[in-house]
Design a protein around this ligand. Sequence first.
Ligand code: GAL
Ligand code: ZN
Length: 660
Amino acid sequence: MTNGRLRDRLPHLAYGGDYNPDQWPEDVWPQDVRLMREAGANLVSLGIFSWSRLQPREDSFEFGWLDRLMDLLHEGGIAVDLATATASPPPWLSHRHPEMLPVTADGVRLWPGGRQHYCPSSPAYREAARRLVSALAERYASHPALVMWHVGNEYGCHVPACWCDESARDFRAWLRRRYQTLEELNRAWGTDFWSQRYSDWEEILPPRRAPTWANPSQQLDFHRFSSDALLECYELERAVLAENSPGIPITTNFMGFFKPLDYWKWAEREDVVSNDSYPDPADPDAHVRAAMAGDLMRSLGRGRPWLLMEQTASRVNWRPVNVAKAPGQMRLWSLQAVARGADGVMFFQWRQSRAGAEKFHSAMVPHGPVESSPTWQEVVRLGGDLRRLDAAWGSRVHAEVAILLDWESWWALELPSKPSARLGMIEQLESYYRLLFEANVTTDFARPSDDLSAFRLVLVPNLYLVSDDAARNLAAYVASGGTLVMSFFSGIVDEADQIWLGGYPAPFRELLGLHVEDFLPLGVDGAEVRFADGTVDRCVIWSEMVRPHGAEVLATFAGGTLDGQPAVTRHAFGEGRAYYLATRLAPAAMSPLLRRIWQEASVGPVAEVPEGVEAVRRGSLLFLLNHSQQAVEVQTPSGSDRVLLPPREVVIVQDDSLIS
Ligand code: GAL
Ligand code: ZN
């Protein structure tokens, strides 16, 4: 996608929020613009949930109010990321077309009254969305305030899939395209198991609630289909917008590591990748998770700057207890996003709602007196920071390490009836990512089929499902000198979730120089491993009986059935080397092991800084962010400048001098 860049249309890094002025009387609007200017805002995402205002009845559009707003914002120097408003269909649509309401796997129809109550495959919904978006595109394509299109909102957030009859029809059409013949579908789905052989396409259904485990290959295809069905909704809007307003960038907001949508596929269809980030201030690791999501967004855009589209100024409203951000935490987490490649920081939302389900969700402008509110003051301070950060704008973050993430493998891994239900994709990713984060080693995410030659080190926390091509790609990466670390239960099934026969993990046996005789998942986490130097450490979740043929044993299991058998191995392959971990090591053991491996691969930290300080390099800037509870002393790389960094404060270094 190269429709256009946001950077060419704004004066500085983007700053602002979701703007829902239709919830307020018109005399509030000029106050909004005045406050936006005071905050240093330059962009708003306008009208995300305005469908019923824009089209109050099927046969009438009302654009007058939006015309006035677009003009007002433009006069005030605020640019608009104009929403297509299709995330919450208006009452008249579901009333007239009740069949467009989504249905759960249990057959429960989800009624209007909330939002996102649409079946992605519904022709009535798609047609109505197309009409609205065409009208919006025609009317505003050349409005001078327009700098970006915001398609839908958080696709799949509440309704990631639908099991209705309409979806069943669409699923069958999708399957016909994928398999061509029923025979091929029967083969891929292994339908001879439990007498599931289909004799007619019409017999095929989405995996609705069944007496016991539904066919896993069918479930996997339903994941693929459901991601694609929503992508088609996005695509139909994108096509209308791209045709009407060439050059205006198009985005839709992602939700970090959101399992239902294959964001690799989605990101290819966006000009700007944008993300909504709601780390829980009650979680001591919130900043690690937020960093990981930021790195994913940068990687999804293949290194292009992304946008932090939503975060809260302080509290959310949707957790059982909505802990407020500590003073400075909002600014700290915002600058973290910029450090990790964001070209802007936005909020949900501009003005805190007076009515509705989100009235206790913080906003840039709080309910009470504005100017004296600490939240507002931090908003204003951040606005000033961002205006001074032109040096970051458009620049890139460089990583020498990649963690592989594949959505199809994630879906397949977490389907039921595995050796252990305790094995989850995100925990596996975090068990690697956290250690890199703590050591300030910058990391990208990549797909197994990507060209990995730019990375010195490739980490594979789990790749349960792998295609023949991807497996070959990883072997070729190592053969030509790369270093790869792979964890257990990888390379087990093909794209149809059928076992790769020939000894686990068949596609990686040669690469790893071993095979796995059997899986011995761990129930209680009392197991241990012993390293060659005699140190003994805990391991959790999983163990396997590994038979090396060629691989060198670096650590063995200690005690239990596998006592003395390999737990960690290394295998020279071509010019490179491949490590294998047959268990999840506790951080105390994983940390020194990974550190040794990245050092061997000539990968180093961005900077040596005190514990709790995050260091990220973006272009010519070095960001130092203090996530700890203590003030720490940091210095510029040459040591020429030293500064005391209080908790939740940030320093930014350029050319060895402190610029902020
Ligand atoms: C997001 C959504 C926003 C708002 C926000 C509250 O999921 O896109 O519209 O609901 O959450 O945290
Ligand atoms: Zn449906």
